[in-house]
Design a protein around this ligand. Sequence first.
Ligand code: HEC
Length: 210
Amino acid sequence: MQNKLTIASMALVVVASITGCRGSTSELPPIHPNPNMDQQWRVDRQEPDDFFPDRRGMRPRVLGTMSHGALAETDAGQEHLWEGKIDGEWTDELPEGITLDAALIDRGEERYGIYCTPCHGATGVGNGMAVQRGYAIPQSFTEPRLRAYPLGRIVYTLKYGAGNMPNYHTQIQVKDRWAIASYVRALQISQVADAKMVPADKRAGLTGGK
Ligand code: HEC
């Protein structure tokens, strides 16, 4: 009898201690038996930080440094890469660090497929799905006017847009703009190709063409 009473009262204490605090509020953070990495130390804006002698958590940029990979578009010598121009004139030359090879064209083809086909269509004639559904019809890339565009002018168009065409500078990294421009050039050539452009040993078996 004595034992049963003890067990019952102990059980009561346990139940009360588990349920007793439910519903009450507290200023203290909840008990977190297994913190994992839920709460980590960090410095918030304007917070002090004892690590530095001046106790300022927000640090000024170290004099004479700049962040990696973020050359300002407006810096001298950046005109070629960002604007597609050399000394104020659109250029057909690729900027330093970008080489014309199969990898560049492949990358351009892939990016073109993502960003340009909706309007310009897979072959560049201007029959993309958005156009079929009512968007302004762009000229075909094979038009003499656009065939005469230097690569830089295509890159420039991607940065600033043109007429009814929106710009793409936030979506497409600058190097990819050159890859896309090179692919547009490949598309243009492919549409007006002359059999003489094919190496002699590969001409046999060609159909169509001149
Ligand atoms: C939302 C539809 C749309 C998309 C997407 C689009 N374009 Fe265009 N693009 C147009 C239209 C419309 C024009 C014709 C602009 C005009 O003359 O008003 C045009 C014109 C152009 C021109 C000629 C500009 C000029 O000076 O006449 C180039 C070059 C071009 N686009 C390249 C591209 C490339 C490369 C992409 C992919 C990154 C692309 N466009 C994506 C709609 C689009």
